[in-house]
Design a protein around this ligand. Structure first.
Ligand code: DGL
Length: 256
């Protein structure tokens, strides 16, 4: 049995990377919906339809659990998917809570970078209303980071120019934490860390999601008992990835 992962593209590889570190002997299916990327600029209904299509495909390969390795798809579809399927479904959630806990007494603010869809969805709005009692959370959509990542451009002049335009540099020191609320964004951690002043931490929700996956699998007795290392099969919008160059790029990202 497999653990299915899906994302609009390569972003979910940042989550799968953590899964491979914690649960190395599981077998994984990774579905990158590259024909339909990006999700973050689409409507909720469109993304929900695409998410159902991806999950239907993964189910045909036998999954025992699913990770929606995409914040936008989680916002648009996690509840409906859970109603439809009986296996455990783990979604993403921007790490707003730990960021607020860390900053609420220190006088610094929190900046959440994500996509337009995630930021306007009720799931995120509810999360902020629940945890941001001191009103220290700001948010910003960064759609071009998804586009750059899909071109495997993670650093360099194009990334720097965009980040210079995007971030509020005139008040950057009022932030204590930047939350990466899109699974494509951890690919830019190095560029961000270099450009930001020291003392601003950059966090994502990936490890928390994978810890949750582990606990859910454990309590449902679904962990793979085999001591052998598992494998990952990749698909792009339903087509098995066979091109060695693409496979090498994906595997390199999983090792990075
Ligand atoms: N990686 C996705 C997320 O976490 C979606 C990015 C996109 O396709 O816009 O939201």
């Amino acid at each position: 049995m497999n653990i299915g992962f899906f994302d609009s593209g390569i972003g979910g590889l940042t989550v799968l990377r953590d899964a491979l570190a914690l649960l190395p002997n599981e077998n994984y299916l990774y579905y990158a919906d590259t024909d339909n990327t990006p999700y973050g600029t689409k409507t909720r209904e469109e993304v929900k339809r695409l998410a159902f299509r991806a999950v239907e495909f993964l189910v045909s390969y036998n999954v025992k659990a699913l990770v929606i390795a995409c914040n936008a798809a989680t916002s648009a579809s996690v509840e409906s998917l859970r109603k439809e399927y009986g296996f455990p479904i783990i979604g993403m959630e921007p790490a707003v809570k730990p960021a607020v806990v860390k900053n609420q007494n220190g006088g610094k603010r929190v900046l959440v970078l994500s996509t337009a869809l995630t930021l306007r969805e009720v799931k995120f709005q509810d999360l902020v209303a629940r945890v941001d009692t001191g009103h220290i959370v700001d948010m910003l959509a960064a759609p071009k980071l998804v586009e750059l990542a899909e071109r495997f451009v993670f650093d360099g002049p194009e990334v720097e120019t965009y980040l210079r335009e995007l971030l509020p540099w005139d008040r950057i020191n009022c932030y204590g934490t930047i939350v990466l609320g899109c699974t494509h964004f951890p690919f830019f951690r190095k560029a961000l860390a270099r450009m930001l002043p020291e003392g601003i931490d950059i966090i994502d929700g990936n490890r928390g999601t994978i810890k949750h996956l582990y606990e859910v699998l454990k309590s449902a007795n679904l962990l793979n008992p085999s001591p052998d290392k598992g494998r990952v099969l990749f698909f792009r919008s339903g087509v098995p990835v066979k091109d060695p160059e693409v496979l090498e790029k994906y595997n390199r990202l999983l090792r990075s």
